[in-house]
Design a protein around this ligand. Structure first.
Ligand SMILES: [Zn+2]
Length: 250
């Protein structure tokens, strides 16, 4: 009988540890205090990369992060900076990245540097670079109707990024239609109507996700055509929590 009790306790203990491993998703987000953040911005001017960088940088300063700003992709090949970076935030729509720069960025993420960003700044960068797209987990292909109003549905209420947020409407911005990697963990979606392209009616599209590339955590949000999209409370929460998430141990 005593044997059986010990056996049952062992099972209970095992269950406890298994549960805590699986509930890690709901763990708290790490503080950005003294975290080294590299904020890289540029590419197509229509996305106002500088205004985006300014807005995010002001928040990062308040959070106590140590920020390095760069308007050049050349920073990805600067070994000393890359080896002393915890988080990379990139806002670079289209443009060209050299093989050397792309490889250096991928290497850093594979080794554990977090990567976060939004809209075309992360999900429509370097269209001719499939290695980069393999890392991000999705690629922009269209925004039917141009600037429109649409609904964002929070589909994962457990993640600390989306926890407590309600589904919301966003106005006068682009609804990204993307090609998505099946392994991403989706946190929010948007459903397409038949108003502009009738054949995509009912398509449920991920709008916010997390994924891994080697040891690195990646966060992406497709909102953000205009920096003013982040005047919306939920959009800003998703973006800023996502940035914290990539540097949280999972
Ligand atoms: Zn856009």
């Amino acid at each position: 009988m005593k044997h059986k009790v010990i056996h049952l306790s062992a099972i209970a203990l095992l269950l406890f540890f298994t549960t805590s491993i699986f509930s890690q998703e709901s763990m708290k987000l790490a503080s950005l205090k003294n975290k080294r953040v590299l904020l890289v911005y540029g590419g197509w001017e229509g996305h106002q990369p500088e205004a985006f960088a300014k807005r995010v940088n002001e928040w990062l300063q308040k959070e106590g992060a140590i920020v390095t700003l760069s308007d050049s992709l050349g920073v990805y090949t600067q070994k000393e900076i890359m080896e002393n970076t915890d988080i990379i935030i990139q806002h670079w729509t289209m443009g060209q990245i050299s093989k050397e720069q792309s490889n250096a960025l991928q290497k850093a993420v594979k080794n554990g540097v977090g990567l976060a960003g939004c809209h075309g700044g992360l999900g429509d960068s370097f269209r001719n670079n499939t290695g980069y797209q393999y890392m991000i987990g999705g690629q922009f292909v269209a925004h039917p109707g141009g600037l429109i109003n649409y609904t964002v549905k929070i589909s994962n209420e457990k993640s600390p990024i989306s926890k407590g947020l309600k589904s919301f409407d966003i106005k006068h911005t682009e609804q990204y239609y993307m090609h998505i990697d099946p392994k991403v963990k989706v946190l929010a979606t948007t459903t397409f109507s038949n108003t502009y392209d009738y054949w995509i009616e009912g398509a449920v599209m991920p709008i916010c996700w997390t994924t891994k590339f080697g040891k690195g955590n990646i966060f992406y949000l497709s909102i953000g055509h205009d920096p003013q999209d982040f005047d919306n409370y939920e959009s800003w929460q998703l973006l800023t929590r996502g940035i914290k998430w990539v540097n949280t141990n999972h």
